[in-house]
Design a binder for this molecule. Structure first.
Ligand code: G3D
Ligand code: MG
Length: 209
C-alpha cells in the first residue's frame, strides 16, 4: 500500500481462481455494472481503478485481472506481488475450482504471509440448484484460513458490491493499524533522541547542552 502525500490510500487487489469461474465478470459488474459485455472477451491482463470513500478516507483500488493465463497454469508471483488484498473466486457448481482456491491460499500464505487480506467468493449463486461445493465446507474452510467468505452472482449482481466494500474496509483497517504501529516506533526514536547530550541544529552549528 502506498499512502500518497495527497492522503489517498492506494490498494492493489488481485483476482485469482480457475478459468471460467467468473473473475472478469465480477470485475466488470463492479466497475461498469455490466454482464457479458462484448468487450469482456478482449479484456487483457491489466487493472481497473475504482475510487472509494470510507469513513472520510479516500481510497483508490487497482483491481488486477488476468488475460486468462490461469488456464495455462502460468500465473506467477509477479502478478500478485505487492498486493494488499486477493479475491479468490470459485464456481459453486465446480468442485475443482474450489480445490484451486485452496491451492492459491497456500501459495499466497507461503509467499506473502499474513500481509495480504484474503476473501473467498463462491460465484454463480444464481445456479444454486447446480451447486456441488457444500456450503458448510466452503464457509468452515474460509474460517480456518482467516478469510471471509461471500456468495456472489455477477450475472444477477448479488454480493459483488459488498465483497469489495468489506475487503476495502479490512485493508484500510490494517493499513491504519500499520501506520499507528509505525507512529509508535517513531515516538520511541524521538525520546531516545531527546536524551542525547548534544544535537546539531538544522543550520549545522553544534548546540551546547
Ligand atoms: P474468468 O474471468 O474467471 O475466466 P468469466 O470467467 O468472467 O470470463 O466468465 C466465464 C463464464 O461464466 C462466462 O460465460 C460468464 O458469462 C459466466 N459467468 C460469470 N459469472 C457468472 C454468474 O454469476 N452466473 C452465471 N450463471 N454465469 C456467470 P460464457 O458462456 O461467456 O463462457
Ligand atoms: Mg477472465
Amino acid at each position: 500500500m502506498a499512502n500518497s502525500p495527497s492522503g489517498i490510500n492506494n490498494f492493489k487487489v488481485v483476482l485469482l481462481g480457475e478459468g471460467c469461474v467468473g473473475k472478469t465478470s465480477i470485475l466488470l459488474r463492479y466497475i461498469e455494472d455490466k454482464f457479458n459485455d462484448k468487450h469482456l472477451t478482449t479484456l487483457q491482463a491489466t487493472f481497473l481503478n475504482k475510487k472509494l470513500n470510507i469513513n472520510g478516507k479516500r481510497i483508490n483500488l487497482s483491481i488486477w485481472d488476468t488475460a486468462g493465463q490461469e488456464k495455462f497454469h502460468a500465473l506467477g508471483p509477479i502478478y500478485y506481488r505487492n498486493s494488499n488484498g486477493a479475491i479468490l473466486v470459485y464456481d459453486i457448481t465446480d468442485e475443482d475450482s474450489f480445490g484451486k482456491v485452496k491451492n492459491w491460499v497456500k501459495e499466497l500464505k507461503k509467499m506473502l504471509g499474513s500481509d495480504i487480506v484474503l476473501v473467498i467468493a463462491g460465484n454463480k449463486i444464481d445456479l444454486e440448484h447446480e451447486r456441488t461445493v457444500p456450503l458448510e465446507e466452503a464457509e468452515s474452510y474460509a474460517n480456518t484460513v482467516g478469510a471471509k467468505h461471500y456468495y456472489t452472482s455477477a450475472k444477477l449482481n448479488q454480493g459483488v458490491e459488498e465483497l469489495f466494500l468489506e475487503l476495502t474496509r479490512e485493508m484500510a483497517e490494517r493499513a491504519e493499524r500499520g501506520a499507528r504501529a509505525d507512529a509508535g516506533r517513531g515516538s520511541r526514536v524521538l525520546v531516545v533522541d531527546d536524551e542525547a547530550p548534544a544535537r546539531s541544529s538544522c543550520c549545522g552549528g553544534a548546540r551546547s547542552a
